[in-house]
Design a binder for this molecule. Structure first.
Ligand code: GUN
Ligand code: ZN
Length: 431
């Protein structure tokens, strides 16, 4: 067993439902076989378990592991393309790199870069947009298993619009998806799971989306993920091609369900929001990407009003950071720009969106907060001595105030440890 000591901060009840930040200033969390056995003040837990070794995580805060609900593995090396809207950015920046993952050795290097970036950011669970190539998907799962992250991912499939080397027939897409799902869904003690992944309706025929529906049915428990309502030109093209709304293009093939996560949804109709709510489908809100590609400002208020679940996604490489801290900050900044339509967000909301809301979207009830009975998936954020974050967080009135400072100033460099199932997946040596 290990007794972790630190300032423990989480959101077991959603601030969107009136929940408050839970803070244990000198807290103790006792972990056995990856599960939280006891928590409380350090003194109380220590008294009850005097012989257990202590891992000292003081100096900073300990929060639940971050959950990234939408991030593209093949795009880690092309972050930072400026000045292009979605479809031009895909053609010129993203897809040429994605084509390089046809080479298994190249893909293995990208997988190492990608999983390393997740762990350094304190991301402990992620729904990952995979590659168009089965070998590259294997490399991603292998690296995730080696490092110990919770990863849900799958083969990206498309049969039109994209460059020809990224296209397959619906029959091949079905066969490869099912084969990979059978290999990886539930592997590594359940930390790895499979997601059927058509790129977006724009790059799929009805036959392809139908094949995806069949693949979801063929392997019980797998996820479905794709994109929706991101960019005006894309939406117009989808509506023209399908003679239906973007949301309906998936729903008509049974693809909207509780284990479905769609990225963006910047421009939904009310009818689409009602459809998503009825199906229990979650939205991955990707604010750095929406800003970088000029896609638009997320209507959070309408998602809340209509009961659509949402959490955060970095959408690297359209998005510009692996850090859920920075992604959450951008979510806050965007809402501030929405005037009457804004949803005011506190530090507690931001922490919730980066942790528990993500766990809910990914149907991971065993993580998301640091309650007894949950797995110990956690991040230790510790400012570097003398940094602006250090100075400002030390000056904060209380822990909630300090948490706002972390969201304003912290990033991957301030992650001093990341744990999954009680195992350190990232613990940099620091002076
Ligand atoms: N829509 C289809 N593919 C992509 C992608 O790679 N990034 C984003 N942001 N949107 C997409
Ligand atoms: Zn995306």
């Amino acid at each position: 067993m290990t007794l972790y000591r630190g300032t423990v901060v989480d959101t077991p009840v959603s601030p969107f439902d009136g929940g408050e930040l839970r803070v244990e200033e000198d807290g103790g969390v006792l972990v056995r076989d990856g599960a939280i056995l006891a928590r409380g003040s350090f003194a109380a837990v220590r008294d009850a378990h005097p012989d257990e070794p202590v891992d000292d995580l003081r100096g900073g805060i300990v929060v639940p592991g971050f959950v990234d609900t939408h991030v593209h593995y093949p795009q880690v090396r092309i972050i930072g393309g400026l000045g292009m809207p979605l479809l031009e950015w895909l053609d010129r920046r993203a897809l040429p790199e994605e084509a390089r993952l046809a080479d298994d050795d190249y893909a293995a290097g990208v997988a190492t870069d990608f999983v390393g970036a997740l762990t350094r950011a304190g991301t402990t669970s992620a729904l990952v947009f995979g590659s168009h190539f089965p070998g590259a998907v294997d490399r991603l799962f292998e690296e995730s298993a080696r490092v110990g992250l919770r990863v849900t991912a799958g083969l990206v499939v498309s049969d039109r619009v994209l460059r020809p080397d990224l296209l397959v027939s619906p029959e091949t897409a079905y066969a490869e998806s099912v084969r990979l799902a059978q290999r990886w869904h539930g592997a590594a003690g359940g930390r790895l799971r499979y997601a059927v992944t058509p790129r977006f309706s724009l790059s799929c025929t009805d036959a392809m989306l139908q094949a995806c529906g069949s693949a979801v049915t063929a392997v019980p428990g797998v996820f479905f993920t794709s994109h929706v309502n991101e960019n005006a030109a894309e939406i117009a093209a989808v509506e023209a091609d399908f003679g239906a709304s973007y949301g309906e293009s998936y729903d008509r093939h049974g693809l909207l369900a509780r284990r479905s996560v769609l990225a963006h949804n910047v421009h939904p109709t009310d009818a689409e929001l009602d459809l998503l709510a009825a199906r229990g489908t979650a939205i991955s809100h990707c604010p750095t990407s929406n800003s970088a590609l000029g896609s638009g400002l997320f209507p959070m208020r309408r998602h809340l009003q209509r009961g659509v679940r949402f959490a955060l996604g970095t959408d690297v490489g359209g998005g510009m950071t692996f850090s859920l801290l920075r992604e959450a900050l951008q979510a806050y900044l965007v809402q501030q720009c929405l005037g009457e339509q804004r949803t005011p967000l506190s530090a507690a909301h931001l922490l919730h969106l980066a942790t528990a809301a993500g766990a809910d979207a990914l149907d991971l009830p065993e993580v998301g907060d640091l309650s007894v009975g949950k797995r110990f998936d956690a991040v230790w954020l510790r400012p570097r001595a003398g940094s602006t974050l250090d100075v400002a967080a030390s000056n904060a009135g209380d822990v909630e105030d300090a948490l706002g400072t972390y969201f304003a100033l912290a990033g991957s460099a301030d992650v001093a440890g990341a744990f999954v199932d009680g195992q350190a997946v990232w613990r940099p040596a620091r002076g």
